[in-house]
Design a protein around this ligand. Sequence first.
Ligand SMILES: Cc1ncc(COP(=O)(O)O)c(C=O)c1O
Length: 283
Amino acid sequence: MVSSGVSALFDAGETVGMGIPCYPSYRQILKAMSLQVKGLRTDASTGFQPRPDQISDDLAGVILASPANPTGTMIQESALADIAAACTARNVALISDEIYHGLHYDAPAISALQVTDQAYIINSFSKYFSMTGWRLGWMVVPEAHLRVVERLAQNMFICAPHAAQVAALGALSPEGRAELDENRAVYAKNRLLMLEGLRKAGFDRLAPADGAFYIYADISAFDWPAQDMAQALLNEAGVAVTPGLDFDPDEGHRALRFSYARSTEDIEEGLARITAFMARHRK
Ligand SMILES: Cc1ncc(COP(=O)(O)O)c(C=O)c1O
């Protein structure tokens, strides 16, 4: 999905910006397509989302993700509108990854289409629809770009797998939606358990867990490189967490991503193990 959008929008050598930390495959896809990647450093003050003043003339495009991976944070409507306006003013293409839409725990995420009709929207059945691996997604593109995308996409994959399309129709049915909303209720419960349990275990610098199913923790207080801490958690407690390095090559050694897309029993067990692990290592 992303590669069709990217090849429709950009020429080799151009520069595309994205907030760091970010979903790592974007950096790799862009590099593989001979594009330059410009990381836009984000921090807790903007919920790890880029700022409008980071949209500069050297960019051909910018990729946003809200809710984001790895942070789970969402961009506010006014900030999104300001970024869209900055993109229009500087002739920068806006790609909005909305793949975690539907997985919010308070107000729903804002779509870029609510603030502009000039964005490329990327979405997929992989997250809210729980169809990771079925390789089905969609894009919404400005009317004027439709034929370009159609011509490129039909060369890249001709058509999405038929079985996946039939399964997706099931997911969109009222019964399917009811099941998916039950999943979301499980994530909502897990999220609260995680926020409470991680804080009790000593992780008190957490990004706002607005959506998706991730919690991003700043672990700088422990003075323990994320890679090593994640390895120790796996070896000693049997709990898999993701060190931040892949999402953020410069600062990610001070961050861990926790996922709560499991059953509540697993989350309770995982939190108990993390708490015991942390208590052992504090001594
Ligand atoms: C922000 C983001 N975008 C895109 C993807 C790709 O998802 P898929 O290729 O399964 O549709 C992921 C997967 O983790 C993601 O986190």
